[in-house]
Design a protein around this ligand. Sequence first.
Ligand SMILES: [Zn+2]
Length: 82
Amino acid sequence: MKVGGRKLARVNCRVTPEPQEGTRSIYRKDSSKIEPFIVGRGDVDYICGKCNNIIAKNVSQGQIAADAVFQCPNCQSFNEVE
Ligand SMILES: [Zn+2]
């Protein structure tokens, strides 16, 4: 039996308008440092739907809460995971 190798997937987030206060969990960076919000041990990278900056690196599919919105530290757009 052949065991499939783990393939690193790259998933584009969906750019969304700024959510209303209190409706979503918004993650933003306090510093201007451009780095992923989450670094895990999975095999999926989530990238900004606008500028391709890495939002979450090596996470597992489904690890990110559906109500999470990430403000890209590079282009300031709001990204959600589909
Ligand atoms: Zn961006």
